[in-house]
Ligand binder design. Structure first.
Ligand SMILES: [Cu+2]
Length: 185
């Protein structure tokens, strides 16, 4: 994983900004001033720093995923972003460690952070903890799945993927391609 992150860093510098730029520009995030975004200076976290394994409380977590969607590819790009909401139906804690999407060459967990010049930057992040009673929300302007090398998708397409959790394992997810999050059900 470390090798993949490092080798894709150069690609990210040029390719990564595009899809998420689009996302931020069209999402209604008042606090997200596009002018203050600086993807050109993106830095990458050591995403796979060793984390202590989650304690085994004897209950296998059950993860539910809703509102899974993916933005259509920006014209001429092979990178886009995908989102979802995850929660625990059973168990006390789990951790999202990685994701994959059918047909994509790679998928990374990304987040936005404010740098010391007050600019938003996108960067790869490590595993994301999900505790009982909470939701893990991937949404425009925040955490997102960065999807590389997928054949361009358009509004109305459906793409299958997998979220990999440390304890509950592989959770199949179906992403609806569209310009905004699907209506909650
Ligand atoms: Cu990204």
């Amino acid at each position: 994983m470390r090798l993949a992150l490092i080798s894709s860093a150069a690609l990210l510098l040029t390719a990564c900004g595009g899809a998420e730029d689009e996302t931020v520009m069209t999402a209604d995030h008042g606090a997200m001033d596009h002018a203050s975004m600086d993807h050109g200076d993106m830095s990458h976290a050591p995403a796979d720093e060793a984390l202590a394994p989650l304690p085994d409380d004897g209950v296998l977590p059950v993860v539910t995923v809703s509102a899974a969607w993916m933005r259509p590819h920006p014209q001429g790009r092979d990178v886009t972003a995908a989102y979802f909401t995850a929660a625990l139906a059973e168990g006390s804690v789990d951790r999202l460690v990685s994701a994959s999407i059918q047909g994509a060459s790679s998928v990374e967990l990304h987040g936005h952070t404010m740098n010391d010049q007050g600019m938003m930057q996108m960067r790869a992040v490590g595993p994301q903890t999900l505790a009982a009673g909470e939701t893990l929300v991937f949404m425009p302007g925040g955490l997102h799945l960065m999807v590389f090398g997928l054949e361009p998708v358009v509004d109305g397409d459906v793409v299958d993927g997998v979220l990999v959790f440390e304890r509950s394992g592989e959770i199949p997810v179906r992403f609806a391609v569209g310009l905004s999050a699907p209506e909650a059900d």
